[in-house]
Design a protein around this ligand. Structure first.
Ligand SMILES: C[S@@+](CC[C@H](N)C(=O)[O-])C[C@H]1O[C@@H](n2cnc3c(N)ncnc32)[C@H](O)[C@@H]1O
Length: 218
């Protein structure tokens, strides 16, 4: 009995990560507070923009229509019909690439803005991804981030550490306890603005937020 479980488990996890998790993520992250926060972050995006961890394109309607183009990357292709409809509804050109943020095929200093929302929690090597962000950003460019991560409250942080392995499994690689500001600085970026807060609609364990902007360190 135990060995047959081990035989079917990888297949079940594959089904979960390809079909069930993207729908859960789409439903959970479409709620009002998420939209308000996306709006707040993205109204300053400008020029040639790169978004890492594009997901189902929930940021698309929040970009100013004045951006010149949007390049998006994500190794997973999720809910492609929904993504296609969202792309068709915006007025700027959008290019999607099924690749990981740890190795970007773009020239140095290309982008005016790089965006990451609820993504640094999941990228397997976030510091390497952020080094790539620093490389492809113009010296005057901005990295805009909106991420959940480690709480400053020791009691909450302790629970984040305890529950991290379970979240990793049910959240398809998501970590609850990453210290986002340290990752950004370790990736070769200097933080310009940083706001820390707890989301109203999400338990603190997953709703401790880091919202800000950074520029390539000189
Ligand atoms: C929780 S979702 C967030 C999606 C989207 N950014 C949003 O705000 O709705 C995390 C995303 O990170 C993507 N991801 C995982 N590993 C990645 C990597 N190495 N590089 C870029 N994106 C990655 C996942 O496929 C997923 O779409």
């Amino acid at each position: 009995m135990t060995s047959s479980w081990f035989a079917i488990l990888p297949g079940m996890m594959g089904l979960y990560s390809r079909h069930i998790f993207p729908r859960l993520m789409e439903w959970f992250m479409s709620r009002g507070e998420f939209h308000r926060l996306r709006d707040e972050l993205l109204h300053t995006a400008y020029g040639d923009v790169l978004e890492i961890g594009f997901g189902t394109g929930l940021n698309l309607s929040h970009y100013p229509s004045s951006i010149s183009r949007l390049t998006t990357i994500d190794p997973a292709i999720v809910l492609p019909r929904t993504v296609k409809t969202r792309i068709a509804a915006v007025s700027f050109p959008v290019e999607t690439m099924p690749i990981s943020a740890e190795q970007l095929p773009y020239q140095d200093r290309r982008f005016d803005t790089v965006v990451s929302t609820w993504t640094l929690c999941t990228i397997p090597d976030p510091v390497q991804a952020l080094r790539e962000v620093a490389r492809v950003l113009k010296p005057t460019g901005r990295f805009l981030f909106l991420e959940h991560g480690r709480s400053d409250d020791p009691y909450v942080a302790e629970w984040q550490d305890r529950l991290n392995p379970i979240q990793n499994l049910i959240g398809c690689g998501c970590h609850l306890n990453r210290q986002i500001d340290d990752l950004v600085e370790n990736g070769g970026l200097s933080i310009v603005t940083l706001t820390r807060f707890d989301m109203h609609d999400v338990p603190r364990i997953g709703g401790t937020m880091y919202q800000g902007s950074a520029t390539p360190a000189t």
